[in-house]
Write a protein that binds this ligand. Structure first.
Ligand code: FE2
Ligand code: FE2
Length: 180
């Protein structure tokens, strides 16, 4: 099964490019699931209902975010109502939305998890390592063992540390935020 992951799509130009190329990329890679990081899809960063819709219309099955998740107040409702829009799982429980969703295609079920690094970002967030332990325990209870993690983080060291920590426990870990 192929999963296509697109890092931070930035502003109007990024959204337009995604609209142009995503259908072709999905065919080219025979992508069963497509995940796009959309935290900068609004002009001037953040995500708006309009930019979110562009990402979904372009072919994203799941949209992840990060430190700019709540930059735009007009998107708070979407975090509560859109099943496939995620904010980092280690945000406070009182924050709008959730950090995990389940794609159910009948033939397979797969979890997408959005997580944020603490180093040089927001040290007051819950520990990403402990958060993943809890998330994976919960998913295991639901019988879900296919897990894609978007780790939205600044420090390569923290990303590597989590990769070692989660080795064999997630299906794939990808990094966003650095816009590389
Ligand atoms: Fe970003
Ligand atoms: Fe970011």
């Amino acid at each position: 099964m192929n999963v296509l992951f697109i890092g931070d799509v930035v502003a109007k130009a990024g959204c337009e490019k995604l609209q142009q190329v995503l259908p072709t990329l999905k065919r080219q890679y025979n992508a069963a699931v497509t995940v796009v990081n959309g935290e900068n899809s609004a002009d001037g960063n953040g995500i708006t209902p309009g930019s979110l819709q562009i990402l979904f219309d372009a072919g994203a099955d799941v949209v992840t975010t990060g430190n700019h998740a709540f930059r735009r107040r007009e998107c708070y409702d979407a975090f509560e109502t859109q099943e496939f829009l995620l904010r980092p799982a280690n945000f406070p429980a009182s924050a709008p939305g959730k950090g995990v969703c389940i794609i159910d295609r009948g033939a397979f079920r797969m979890a997408v998890v959005n997580l944020m690094g603490a180093v040089n970002m927001h040290p007051q967030l819950s520990d990403p390592f402990a958060t993943m332990d809890a998330v994976l325990a919960e998913l295991a209870q639901q019988g879900i063992r296919t897990v894609l993690l978007d780790l939205h983080a600044e420090a390569t060291g923290e990303k590597r540390a989590l990769a070692f920590y989660l080795d064999g426990r997630v299906s794939a870990l990808v990094g966003t935020h650095t816009h590389v």
